[in-house]
Design a protein around this ligand. Structure first.
Ligand code: CA
Length: 699
């Protein structure tokens, strides 16, 4: 009897694991087309399954790129950050904009064919660090797929934009959000979520492309250790955590890149930091590596079963997400043909891993000045961590490089098989880290476990200028075989756009300060540029119709640097969200840019007391600055509180911050996290900051 029961249980288990997707698409965009895209089409967000963002088109090349001009442009109906790469199939360009909206254009003329708005509640903004962005759609069969900021997977008809299905992928009331583009594998849609700072347990899941039903789900971090884990890999991972980490979720979210490699039949993805950042507050009974956070992980594409992992940043404490794009390539190393994964995560080291096994092959810095680790173990790839970087151990501040913005983050790199180089948009943004032993998890917003208020930038023109000058970027052409940069182009500000490389010996990149540029891929010589009026974050793509090659880029400033750093430490451009498409000989011009409006600071007099202002400063830095900007100086998207009309009105201020009077705009109630005295302390801190800046003649 017992044996029979066991056999029945085994069958049930098999049935649960054996879910298979609907038959593959035979019309429209098929698996064969995704594996080998027809010339001129751009069918996945990164151009092909292996995520190279390289195009074999060479009609536009290093000889004629100077003749490139604007063919058409289309204004977006949102003024928030734009991070998407368009896709092109059958003469139609599909793109997402902020708030997970989708638009389809005639790729030749720019005529709008349809648009879709998933109507994401604006209050969702409090669950995202880095703006209401979206990085693109997936195409399969006759459908378009988008993951929405509020966690839904929506399938639309390619022809009409009509909704086919609309299904939640996150638990109700979860703080998780989707900003990444879905990927397609064998009739399934793969999607992960953001939220490693917002009480979440990361996972990646595969959904039936026809029905939206879940086929498999892979958790990246263990759950409650007193309960059975969802797989042996999580039992192993649970040994690398301690204490009550699971109560806050653990993090490890899969918020950007997912690569399906048909050759190894693996789905390979990168995971975010552990939650909270400070390990003293997650591994409360001692240290641990917190697997599988800050790692590259591979699972079986059919079943979602664990295959391998490589942890790039063990026991992360600096927000070193490993979620960046994973390029899979066949390369010759030491005379041997190897299939490898190439990765340039936030932590500043460029990794080459074996795609079948995850084994470390090589790792070298792709930026200068890394100070959290002195290097990597040449055999294991483990970082040699600088003891001073463990701020929760030393009890002292650590000014780290890279910082949480990352030496490289989601802005896509590209790989040219012609040059063998990887073109990486890199950031030089040092960051202040300091443990907060008194930290308690809140209920709303960012959960870090650190106190960043000590990193406030004093109201001193010279210090501000020096801080701004220290924040830079570059375009680095990195040779993975030598582990060194072949060439690099400096940028005066960080968070410049993603890259596209082409067989025309070209690399395209937009800049934070509002230019779209072309460089030679072999030497980095700038050959062409176009003023975009607004900063560019997104990566360009290219397509060809009737023998004419086009280059498309979504322009629009925003994202993490705009909202968190603000204009105190970075030169800002306005947000003018617009899709721009270029071709040879075109002479299009953009509409005139709106005049920039400079507002004069006119704050109420400072009446707050020293201790109250200090408290307000700490609360502001750790909870408010992520959206309203460092030291209360906002960027170009979110309200600058120094200019707030209610700054002088304690009651009106409380109604907004404490009670949530502006929830509909994304400013939710903070009453579960802050009491009225704390809300008032924040107001006095902002009044102090506004008066300081007024005295300096700033605006
Ligand atoms: Ca993170």
């Amino acid at each position: 009897m017992r044996l029979k029961l066991l056999a029945a249980a085994a069958l049930l288990t098999l049935a649960a694991c054996g879910k298979s997707p609907s038959p593959p698409a035979t019309e429209g965009v098929t698996d064969a087309m995704l594996a080998n895209p027809p010339e001129g089409e751009w069918l996945t967000v990164a151009g092909d399954h292996t995520e190279t963002r390289f195009s074999g088109l060479d009609k536009i090349n290093d000889k004629n790129v100077g003749e490139l001009g604007l063919a058409w442009s289309a204004d977006m109906d949102t003024a928030r950050g734009q991070e998407a790469t368009p896709l092109m199939h059958d003469g139609v360009l599909y793109v997402t904009t902020a708030w997970s909206m989708v638009k389809a254009y005639d790729a030749r003329t720019g005529a709008l064919k349809w648009s879709y708005d998933p109507k994401v509640p604006r209050a969702k903004l409090v669950d995202v660090c880095c703006d209401a962005v979206n990085r693109g759609v997936a195409l399969y069969g006759d459908k378009v797929y988008v993951g929405t900021l509020d966690g839904r997977l929506v399938a639309l008809e390619q022809k009409t934009g009509k909704v086919v299905f609309d299904k939640p992928t996150i638990p109700k009331d979860s703080h998780m959000a989707i900003t990444g583009a879905p990927r397609i594998a064998k009739g399934m849609v793969l999607i992960g979520q953001a939220g490693a700072e917002y009480f979440s347990r990361g996972y990646v899941a595969a959904y039936d492309a026809q029905t939206g039903d879940e086929i498999w789900k892979f958790y990246t971090v263990p759950g409650d250790p007193s309960k059975p884990q969802e797989g042996k890999h999580l039992e192993a991972a649970a040994k690398t955590w301690s204490g009550d980490f699971w109560k806050r979720g653990g993090g490890g979210n899969v918020w950007d890149s997912i690569t399906y490699d048909p050759v190894t039949n693996l789905v390979i993805f990168g995971t975010a930091n552990a939650e909270p950042w400070n390990p003293a507050h997650r591994n409360t009974d001692g240290a641990g590596d917190s697997l599988y956070t800050a790692s590259v992980v591979a699972v079986n594409a059919d079943t979602g079963e664990y295959a391998w992992h490589f942890q790039e940043t063990p026991e992360d404490r600096w927000d070193f997400d490993s979620t960046q794009q994973l390029i899979v390539r066949d390369v010759t190393i030491g005379g041997q043909q190897r299939r490898v994964v190439m990765h340039a995560p936030k932590n500043g080291f460029f990794y080459t891993l074996d795609a079948k096994t995850g084994k470390f092959i090589s790792g070298n810095p792709f930026v200068e000045g890394i100070n959290w680790a002195s290097g990597l173990d040449p055999v294991t790839g483990a970082p040699k961590i600088n003891p001073e970087a463990k701020y929760e151990v030393t009890g002292k501040p650590f000014v780290g490089f890279p910082g949480a913005v990352g030496a490289h983050s989601w802005t896509p790199m590209s790989f040219s098989p012609k040059t063998g180089l990887v073109y990486i948009p890199v950031n030089y943004t040092p960051q202040f880290y300091m443990g907060d032993p008194d930290w308690k998890p809140g209920t709303t917003g960012f959960q870090l476990g650190i106190d960043v208020s000590g990193g406030d930038i004093p109201a001193d023109k010279a210090i501000r200028a020096a801080t701004k000058a220290a924040m830079k970027g570059a375009l680095v052409a990195f040779d993975p075989l030598t582990g060194k940069a072949r060439w690099s182009v400096p940028h005066s500000t960080p968070t410049n756009g993603g890259t596209l490389s082409t067989a025309g010996n070209l690399v395209f990149q937009g800049t934070a300060l509002g230019e779209f540029r072309a460089y030679t891929a072999d030497t980095g010589k700038q050959l062409w540029s176009f003023g975009t009026q607004s900063g560019v974050l997104a990566a360009p793509m290219t397509y060809m119709i009737d023998g004419e090659q086009y280059i498309a880029v979504l322009v629009g400033w925003g994202g993490v640097w705009d909202v968190s750093a603000g204009k105190l430490v970075s030169t800002m451009t306005p947000n003018i969200s617009r899709l721009m498409v270029f071709k040879l000989g075109a002479k299009g011009v953009l509409p005139a840019a709106p005049p920039s409006a400079k507002r004069v600071l006119d704050p109420p007099p400072l009446t707050g007391k020293g201790e109250q202002i200090a408290l307000g400063g700490k609360l502001y830095a750790n909870s408010c600055s992520v959206c309203h900007g460092a030291s209360a100086v906002a960027g170009s998207l979110n309200p600058d509180l120094r200019h707030s009309a209610v700054l002088g009105n304690a009651e009106a201020w409380k109604k907004i911050v404490h009670d949530g009077a502006l929830s509909a705009n994304g400013m939710v109630a903070w009453k579960d996290q802050f009491n009225p005295d704390q809300v008032e302390a924040i107001r006095h801190y902002v009044i102090k900051r506004a008066n300081e800046d007024k005295a300096l003649g700033e605006h």
